[in-house]
Design a protein around this ligand. Structure first.
Ligand code: URA
Length: 208
């Protein structure tokens, strides 16, 4: 099955899922949206009121801000795949509970495997926790690290700026560096693989 069919199949399964309590109160499940061959995948927390109504991720106030942040950072929203750690709205936008995160985790794993993005941007602490156990977002936001062949970029959730206005400039600054950060890291990676290739060539040559 190609990535497009796989993602459509995962989305259908998510829409019918009843693996946790969130399925009882949702209007629409929100599997995710974006190109299936996206190089960058964004992972948020969970759908809010507007997302639950429309079945699409980040279409409310924080979604508007996210679109602006991506634009300002030189990464068009249309080029990225956006999803969440939980695919159904937690009532009253409460935090997702451990059993809900667990129930949804395999869907996210399958989406990551199908899209196979080079870069994952985590939005907020719940998606950050998948990659950085016990880390504090205030300490690591905006700092990219390579993990198992992917560049993981932990970012504040855009809604943080709506709740804590003094974070707005911090979030804007992190996103404004996104494209440059990705380029720098990709260059570093190809320089490293170039070094590795020269080393391999030198070893090869020494056999002759
Ligand atoms: N907040 C999220 O984390 N995800 C959405 O889809 C919308 C708001």
């Amino acid at each position: 099955m190609n990535a497009e069919n796989t993602l459509a199949e995962i989305a259908n399964t998510i829409r019918q899922c009843q693996n946790c309590e969130l399925s009882r109160t949702r209007k629409n499940a929100v599997p995710g949206a974006g190109p299936t061959d996206a190089e960058i995948m964004l992972i948020g927390e969970g759908p809010g009121f507007n997302e639950d109504n429309q079945g699409l991720p980040f279409v409310g106030a924080s979604g508007k801000f996210l679109t602006q942040l991506l634009d300002d950072g030189g990464v068009p929203r249309e080029s990225v795949f956006i999803t969440n750690v939980v695919k159904c709205r937690p009532p009253d936008n409460r935090d997702p509970q451990p059993n809900e995160l667990q129930a949804c985790s395999a869907f996210l794993e399958r989406q990551i495997a199908a899209i196979d993005p080079l870069i994952i941007v985590t939005l907020g602490r719940f998606s950050m926790a998948r990659y950085f156990e016990n880390a504090r977002i205030s300490a690591i936001h905006g700092q990219a690290v390579w993990r198992d062949g992917r560049l993981i970029v932990p970012m504040y959730h855009p809604a943080a700026a709506l709740h804590q206005p003094k974070l707005r400039s911090v979030i804007m600054e992190d996103f404004s560096r996104l494209k440059e950060m990705i380029k720098k890291e990709k260059d570093r990676l190809s320089a490293q693989s170039g070094d590795k290739k020269s080393e391999d060539d030198a070893i090869q040559m020494s056999f002759f």
